[in-house]
Structures are given as structure tokens and as C-alpha cells.
Design a protein around this ligand. Structure first.
Ligand SMILES: C[S@@+](CC[C@H](N)C(=O)[O-])C[C@H]1O[C@@H](n2cnc3c(N)ncnc32)[C@H](O)[C@@H]1O
Length: 223
């Protein structure tokens, strides 16, 4: 089993099940041309996000980590009329590319991009009275995942979904002695979720064109 095979299968799945979308393709092309790192979700993960928004009937979505807006466009395309996404990005250059990608995709009107460190913008979003969010997608600096998860619960309601990307990191997540802050952040996230009575959660390992990683999905419990 090799990354080459995972990539080939990802291409097969994408060709079979994911309709080509000129705006999404252009978003990736312009993100690359602007020098943004290729750390966006894959098309099949983008489609999964879209399906989760549709399955849950979500109207209000919060995304932490915009990059060039690739996943945001997937999420935006799933919203019902009147739906809205707040997406948080710390890098002005990433935000500029994302805004241009949103405009071309015709989704600017449903997206509120907040520039700044998420731990600074999240309290403002709460103070402004936004939320509860129906779906929250956490995909920024992994060191702060436990803090983002805490905010996600604060800004959710029973039935909300919280999705966290990159929770396996080539299997390094099981290394308790890791000094990598991203691994430490991810392990703290698991510890927190394992103790958190307000959510029911699982994590799934994934392989594909972005290598070996995984996602965590939590549903906020009733009561
Ligand atoms: C993995 S990328 C997001 C990819 C995007 N969700 C997609 O799939 O298209 C992570 C993004 O989080 C941003 N980021 C990193 N630290 C952040 C912070 N403290 N607050 C907000 N955004 C941050 C990075 O600049 C980067 O653009």
C-alpha cells in the first residue's frame, strides 16, 4: 500500500462521484499561483463536508481556517437560502486570495470572512451574538485545537456537528512523547473530547492524495 495507490484511488473516486466545478478548480489554481500551501481538503472531503451540511440541514456554519477558501466554497454551495458561513483566517494574504475565489464562485454574499487569530475573533463572534452554529469545521493551527473545540461547544446547540481535520497525522498521534506542538495539541483534543460529556464523538483514519491522516466528528448531545 502506497501513497501512489491512495492517490490513484482518490482520482478514481473523484472522477466517479464528484462533479467537476470550474470555480473550485480555479480556486485551487489561483491559490497555488499565489503561493498558498496545498493544505486544502481533497475534493472528496469537500464533498463530505457538503453532504454533512445537507444531511443536518445546517444553515449556520463556522469554519476555523480558510486558506484560499476551497473548503468554504464547498460548504457555501451546500447552504439553503438564507444560510451563512463565518470563516476565520489569520493570514491577510490567504484571506485576499479567498475573497477573490469567493467572488468568482458567486458565494461572497453568504460568507463572512473574519481576518485575525481565531482565538481573538471567536470571543468577538460570541459577543456579537452569532450562533449557535449547526456545523463547525476546525482546520487551522492544530496546536489550538482543544481551545477551538471548547469554543465550538460554546457556539453550538444540541445536534450541532463539530468536525476536526488532521487528527491522525501519519499515525504520529499515538506518540505520547512527541514534542511536536501539533501532535500535542491533537492529543490534548482527544483527551478533552474523551472527558467531554456534552458530545458524542468518533475519529476515522483516512488515506488519499493528501497522505495518511484522519477526521474527528462530534455531535453535541441533547440536555
Ligand atoms: C489547513 S489550512 C485551511 C484549509 C481550508 N480549510 C481548506 O480546506 O481549503 C489552515 C489555515 O488556517 C490558518 N490559520 C493558522 N493559524 C490560525 C489562527 N490562529 N487563526 C486563524 N487562522 C489560522 C492558516 O493561515 C491557514 O490558511
Amino acid at each position: 500500500m502506497s501513497e501512489e495507490l491512495w492517490t490513484a484511488v482518490d482520482c478514481y473516486v473523484t472522477d466517479a462521484l464528484i462533479a467537476s466545478d470550474a470555480d473550485l478548480a480555479a480556486a485551487l489554481r489561483d491559490s497555488a499561483a499565489a503561493g498558498l500551501p496545498a493544505i486544502n481538503v481533497t475534493p472528496n472531503f469537500g464533498k463530505l463536508l457538503q453532504l454533512l451540511v445537507r444531511i443536518t440541514g445546517a444553515r449556520n456554519v463556522l469554519e476555523i481556517g480558510t486558506l484560499g477558501g476551497y473548503s468554504t466554497i464547498w460548504l457555501a454551495r451546500a447552504l439553503p437560502p438564507g444560510g451563512r458561513i463565518i470563516t476565520l483566517e489569520a493570514e491577510p494574504r490567504h484571506a485576499d486570495v479567498a475573497r477573490a475565489n469567493f467572488a468568482r464562485a458567486g458565494v461572497t454574499g453568504v460568507i463572512d470572512l473574519r481576518l485575525g487569530r481565531a482565538l481573538d475573533t471567536l470571543p468577538k463572534i460570541a459577543a456579537e451574538g452569532w450562533g449557535p452554529f449547526d456545523v463547525i469545521f476546525i482546520d487551522a493551527d492544530k496546536e489550538n485545537n482543544p481551545e477551538y473545540f471548547t469554543w465550538a461547544i460554546k457556539l453550538s446547540r444540541p445536534g450541532s456537528l463539530i468536525i476536526v481535520d488532521n487528527v491522525v497525522r501519519k499515525g504520529k498521534v499515538i506518540d505520547a512523547g512527541s514534542t511536536d506542538p501539533m501532535i500535542q495539541g491533537t492529543r490534548r483534543l482527544y483527551e478533552m473530547v474523551s472527558r467531554e460529556k456534552r458530545v458524542s464523538a468518533t475519529a476515522i483514519q483516512t488515506v488519499g492524495s493528501k497522505g495518511y491522516d484522519g477526521i474527528l466528528i462530534a455531535r453535541v448531545n441533547e440536555g
